[in-house]
Ligand binder design. Structure first.
Ligand code: DGL
Length: 258
């Protein structure tokens, strides 16, 4: 049976992977599911998070009848990809910080990692750096307050530049850092603001393109797109409605998590 592509995140961050997904798969139906009742994920304990991510993804997979699950969340992927893959019957595409492409791009060999406090500290992230950026200096910055700023932005409010300036400041204290990994899917939504905070040229690297290309390889039997794409949320409200509409999704329906 054919089904849509299911995209999952804690909040609206996963919407940053929707443009590359639609670019590579223009005819595929998408369903967006978020656990906004429990946002943000980045400061929650690992044990709790694994249980929650499994429960929400299981409910969303059942409700959507999807052919593939795209976990558009670094915080969830760096923790729960193995558990999700052994738990679910559909293929799972994960999102992990784009350390490898950033290391390939950096001329100065000094890169920054901007992510949630959970992601910057994960063993998975250590392994990525060890495997792909051994010859680089990596400055890791936990940027949890920017998750809220991205949520506010997509709800139609102006993000607070002072928050973005303050949170990203450790990246700009050193002159030679030339590349920043946006290791949280919320952050590409604030790309222009992050560049403004830098006050100098810097290249931002995210995982959106890589996720879309991987989804093309993994998804089979995709349902065709007809009209607006669907969305699901654990706490649907007017703010979320606005973000979903901006990205071509219908009003979110309540996702009941067992
Ligand atoms: N968008 C998520 C990520 O990629 C996490 C945001 C949150 O802390 O909930 O890490």
């Amino acid at each position: 049976m054919s089904g849509p592509i299911l995209i999952f995140d804690s909040g609206v961050g996963g919407l940053s992977v929707v443009p590359p997904l639609r670019h590579h798969l223009p005819d595929a139906a998408l369903v967006y599911a978020c656990d906004n009742a429990m946002l943000p994920y980045g400061m929650r304990p690992d044990d709790w998070l694994v249980e929650r991510i499994l429960a929400v993804c299981e409910a969303a997979v059942a409700a959507s009848g999807c052919c593939v699950l795209v976990v558009a969340c670094n915080t969830a992927s760096t923790l729960a990809l193995d558990a999700l893959r052994s738990h679910l019957t559909v293929p799972v595409v994960g999102t992990v910080p784009a350390i490898k492409p950033a290391a390939a791009l950096s001329v100065s060999r000094h890169i920054g990692l901007l992510a949630t406090s959970a992601t910057v500290a994960r063993p998975y992230t250590d392994r990525l750096i060890e495997a792909f950026a051994r010859d680089c200096r990596v400055t890791r910055v936990a940027a949890d307050p920017m998750v809220r700023e991205a949520e506010r932005f997509l709800a139609g409010e102006e993000p607070d530049q002072a928050v973005i300036d303050a949170v990203t400041a450790p990246l700009w204290e050193v002159d030679d850092l030339d590349t920043v990994v946006l290791g949280c899917t919320h952050f590409p939504l604030l790309g222009e603001r992050i560049v403004a905070a830098a006050h100098r040229p810097v290249q931002l690297v995210d995982s959106g393109e890589a996720i879309a290309r991987r989804t093309v390889q993994v998804a089979n039997d995709m349902a065709p797109r007809t009209g607006l794409d669907q969305s699901l949320a654990t706490a649907p409200d007017a703010r979320l409605c606005r973000a979903m509409a901006t990205f071509g999704f219908d009003e979110p329906r309540l996702l009941i998590v067992g």
